[in-house]
Design a protein around this ligand. Structure first.
Ligand code: GCU
Length: 329
């Protein structure tokens, strides 16, 4: 009895020890719990836990509780946060080459962007984070971004004039808004609703799911389908954290990040439709730019390619060629 008890308790202790994670790591996400990127993060954490036999536990902090994206990227750089999913716009302030992948009107379609990101160009970008103290893990989808405004619809380039448009904390985004004749107001994502409500900003721009989940449609009901940019997201690890992990753990993490990205993309496609229907039913007024007007928007931002891409002409040409080849089919 005694021996059996001792045995029993030893087994329990061993079991308990076996279940103690070797690493408990944090993951920052600025979207809501039910948002596709957050669900992707939970999938990532679950897969990592399973495949490391419970040795790595990743705690997902959604809703921006660990700070806005800029702050989170800074924290990643010294390991204050271990993982994050961020938009490429603020990230390019730290890794400027990434601007090339999010130039206005660069992609002709979602398929075009994914062909680029999943091909050798995307891989090269993933491998060009050296010196940033950030490790790129996988691309997440964030659809196309469109303008929205509070007082009246944006139907032409003239309608942009005089508007204060919220932008992400990104020089590229500021330049885009200026090129289109409006005034950029860099603002953290979590402050956009109040900015629209108080009239500090007249409008903003984002994809359907963000427009819906943040309830920006309540305070800016005019949504203009101009698709001025596709800004993918990246899952990142902190270099200081990465350096503490064994090659085996790194391999598992990378593999789980890629699997979670596939999952996120499925959720994303579904959510885009749900969000669009939701805001249309809620009374949001959707404007489609005429092809001629869209061409004027494109012409207005074309000079920006000189500033941001002159060191990457081959890459930008290859991206454009891939788009033309896809449209030809
Ligand atoms: C997207 C992206 C967020 C980002 C936001 C923004 O919604 O998913 O990570 O913060 O755009 O406009 O700031």
């Amino acid at each position: 009895m005694c021996i059996a008890t001792a045995c029993h308790s030893r087994t329990e202790r061993e079991k308990a020890q076996a279940n103690v994670p070797e690493f408990v790591l944090t993951y920052a996400e600025n979207q809501a719990e039910d948002y596709p990127t957050t669900q992707g993060a939970y999938k990532f954490a679950e897969l990592v836990y399973e495949r490391t036999g419970g040795k790595i536990e990743i705690q997902v902090n959604a809703g921006g509780v660990l700070g806005d994206e800029k702050t989170v990227i800074e924290q990643l750089q010294f390991g204050g946060v271990d993982f994050a999913r961020v938009s490429l716009s603020p990230l390019a302030e730290f890794v400027p080459k990434l601007n090339v992948l999010q130039m206005p009107y660069l992609y002709t379609s979602r398929e075009h962007m994914w062909k680029v990101l999943e091909g050798s160009i995307g891989d090269d970008f993933m491998n060009s984070f050296g010196g940033s103290n950030l490790v790129a893990l996988s691309w997440y989808d964030a659809g196309a971004r469109n303008f929205y405004s509070a007082a009246k619809p944006i139907e032409s380039l003239e309608d942009m004039k005089g508007l204060n448009i919220r932008v992400q904390e990104s020089e590229l985004m500021m330049d885009t808004i200026e090129a289109l004749g409006a005034t950029p107001v860099p603002t953290a994502f979590g402050e956009v609703y109040s900015g629209l409500q108080t009239g500090k900003i007249d409008g903003a721009e984002n994809n359907w799911p963000s427009y819906e989940s943040t309830r920006h449609y309540e305070v800016a009901k005019y949504y203009t389908l101009d698709e001025h940019t596709r800004v993918p997201e990246l899952q990142l690890a902190a270099q200081p954290t990465w350096d503490k992990l064994s090659p085996e753990y790194r391999c598992i993490i990378k593999e789980c990040a890629l699997e979670s990205a596939k999952y996120e993309r499925q959720l994303w496609a579904a959510r885009e439709k749900i969000s669009e229907n939701f805001v249309r039913n809620a009374g949001c007024v959707v404007t489609e730019l005429t092809p001629g007007e869209k061409a004027r928007f494109q012409e207005a931002v074309a000079p920006m390619y000189e500033k941001y891409c002159s060191d990457y002409v081959d890459i930008i040409n290859a991206i454009m060629e891939a788009g033309k080849a896809m449209s030809a089919h």
